[in-house]
Design a protein around this ligand. Sequence first.
Ligand code: NAD
Length: 357
Amino acid sequence: MAKKIKVGLIGTGGIARGCHIPGYQSIPDDCEIIWACDVNEELAKSTAKEHGIKKVTTDYHDLLNDPELDAVSITTPNKYHKQPTIDALNAGKHVLCEKPLAMNAAECREMCRAAKDSGKILQVALQMRFGGPARFMQDYINHGGMGDIYYARAQALRRRGVPGWGVFIDKEQQGGGPLIDIGVHILDFTLFLMGYPKPVSASGRCWDTLGKNPDLFNFLGDYDRSKFTVEDMAVGFIRFEDGQVMVLESSFMANVEREFFQTTLMGTESGATVRASGEEPIKIFTEKNQQLMDVTPRNIPEVKSSHTAEIQAFVKAIQNGDPSPVPGEQGLILNAIFDALYKSSDTGKEEPIDLSY
Ligand SMILES: NC(=O)c1ccc[n+]([C@@H]2O[C@H](COP(=O)([O-])OP(=O)(O)OC[C@H]3O[C@@H](n4cnc5c(N)ncnc54)[C@H](O)[C@@H]3O)[C@@H](O)[C@H]2O)c1
């Protein structure tokens, strides 16, 4: 029987309680959460009590000093991903770090180096690729259904969806707005389906006018407009080494018909529009014998929770000694693209993407 993996949570906020705890607790024979850590002591204590977690602390170093502990989930705001991740890896613990991997590519580099030196798993929490639509499309693409994918349009657009909780409007603690927060999911999903081509340069533009406007409605709760320091919308044009191109659109607030969370892939054999979930999440556009076909797949694998699937993959990889299911190097690629897009928005020029580490 495989070793039971002992896990600690660094950060017991929304994503820890909503996704990481249920994920680990879905496989009680394979893992057990033994530590809950949050700088908010009350929250750490109440989370531990509610979920039967034995040990509680406000200082994550306490977890790392525990020889019983095998792995940690880093579920803190983006500013607090880097140091706990590096310290955990150096202490010989495996790490599942929430997305985006870090505030910027420079931080990701340090984290990837620590993972390499420690030989432990660094997995980035990017759950969309564990869902049914991703699995269906990966299979379809691997069997040549799309031919060569040469263009993608990735969209994570909300009409009025600034998060009214947490620190998502604070550039200093998050590194950016919708681009880094929700754009990261659709960008990873799209790159995953394209086989993670190497990006070489990007051009982008960010805006912050709607997010700061106190007169505008917001679906996701109230927030202090004067503290809104991130972009409310970002658009990017990304070039890849082998000539592919992607357009990425991401917003917390935009004057669009509705929310769009989807990617459109165009290949030499067919095109496809893919959403992460919902009814009929995939539509394929192709041609047979000079007849144009729109195809709706009917056997998309059912995955109850992509978050749970991601956490199960993390635990299995530790037990089996497998490589990271979502390697830190891919988190670095995502942050390096964001760095180039933010820089390009300031300079007004196309910027190179540096993936070295
Ligand atoms: N994968 C997803 O779909 C998804 C969804 C939401 C959030 N996230 C990511 O999860 C992370 C946290 O987001 P959230 O919504 O849970 O935020 P949150 O504000 O609800 O929770 C973060 C918690 O971290 C704690 N914290 C801060 N610094 C700490 C430290 N040094 N040590 C211990 N605890 C510390 C805070 O007190 C807070 O309770 C972010 O990186 C966010 O991007 C991912």
